[in-house]
Design a protein around this ligand. Structure first.
Ligand code: ZN
Length: 161
């Protein structure tokens, strides 16, 4: 297990489309362990593989600090409702911006045994899922921000990073 270097906005790897994972090799398992370590070390609630320079459809999320979620090849099946709030990204350090997201999503993904499962999320989890899945197609939240990015230090209450 190791902490990996988080790529920042401007790095072309963040704008590339990621490839599906077909099998879990030892190397990929090590990547997943490292992604969790890297996310927790950076106090983030989500991290996508391209953020550590790997173009694979893998996401880790933990919105409470006690519920680690691994998503391999995740796909959104349903979404509904709307939430509007500040969002941040470990690849855009020190900044936040307002983004509107669905308030509910239902996704399909594969777990650490490459078994398919479904997951529903609301509020912060729904926001994190939408944010992280967009990373897999090379998109950053800054393209969706309403208004200007603000400095994290100026925010009293931060919804998501
Ligand atoms: Zn991000």
């Amino acid at each position: 297990m190791a902490i990996r270097n988080i790529r920042e906005i401007g790095d072309p790897v963040l704008n590339k489309k990621c490839k599906e994972v077909n099998e879990l090799t030892d190397r990929t398992r090590e990547l997943i362990d490292d992604m969790f370590d890297t996310m927790y070390e950076a106090n983030g609630v989500g991290l996508a593989a391209p953020q550590v320079g790997i173009l694979k459809r893998i996401v880790v999320i933990d919105v409470t600090g006690e519920d680690p979620i691994l998503l391999i090849n995740p796909v959104i099946m349903e979404s509904s409702g709307e939430q509007r709030g500040y969002e941040g990204c470990l690849s855009v350090p020190g900044k936040n911006g307002i983004v509107t997201r669905p308030n509910y999503v239902k996704i399909k993904a594969y777990n650490e045994e490459m078994k398919p499962f479904e997951l529903e999320g609301t509020e912060l989890l729904a926001r994190a899922i939408c944010h992280e899945l967009e990373h897999l197609d090379g998109h950053l939240y800054v393209d969706r921000v309403e208004g200007d990015l603000v400095n994290t230090a100026d925010l009293v209450d931060q919804d998501y990073e």
